[in-house]
Design a protein around this ligand. Structure first.
Ligand code: SME
Length: 160
């Protein structure tokens, strides 16, 4: 039977991340299939937060290919260097975009997205893809989200 998260939606973001860490740790440790773990990872985040879109892109050659996600349909392939996701891979760092209209080259998969956070996924010492989060609210992501999502992504990265 699948585990239940039992993280109330009404508690603050910092507390949600604190509760998510051990929950995701135990959810992922019992499974070594990367795609299954990515799917439950985005499912767990979507259960906690009201973001528009949460998902993975996997690096395949010079392109990022859409992986498990929740939210509206999304672009399937993004070239390294293109958009926020491609910039995150090229620069090897997380990128926080308070207003997507002000990010040169932003790729609008959904016209509803107003702000975005992209965190690179490093497995076995190299970048394997990104976790991408989109929000319908301007300036919805902060350094707090970036910090916690980078830690959560490390839990997944153990499975490469
Ligand atoms: N906005 C992203 C594209 C992916 S979608 O947001 C799901 C970008 O500029 O890379």
């Amino acid at each position: 039977m699948a585990e239940e998260l039992n993280i109330p939606r009404e508690i603050g973001r910092a507390e949600k991340y604190q509760r998510l860490y051990p929950a995701l740790e135990s959810l992922l440790e019992g499974e070594d299939d990367l795609i299954a773990n990515m799917a439950n990872f985005v499912g767990a985040l979507m259960e906690c937060f009201d973001f528009l879109w949460i998902g993975f892109y996997r690096l395949q050659g010079s392109e990022l290919v859409l992986g498990p996600f929740q939210g509206p349909l999304a672009c399937t392939r993004i070239k390294v260097g293109s958009g926020v996701c491609g910039a995150s891979v090229r620069e090897g760092r997380s990128i926080l975009v308070p207003d997507v209209e002000k990010f040169p080259g932003h790729i609008a998969c959904s016209s509803r997205s107003r702000s975005e956070l992209v965190v690179p996924v490093r497995g076995r010492g190299i970048i394997q893809g990104v976790l991408d989060l989109d929000s319908e609210k301007l300036d919805d992501f902060s350094a707090l989200d970036q910090h916690h999502l980078e830690r959560l992504v490390e839990l997944l990265a153990k499975h490469y």
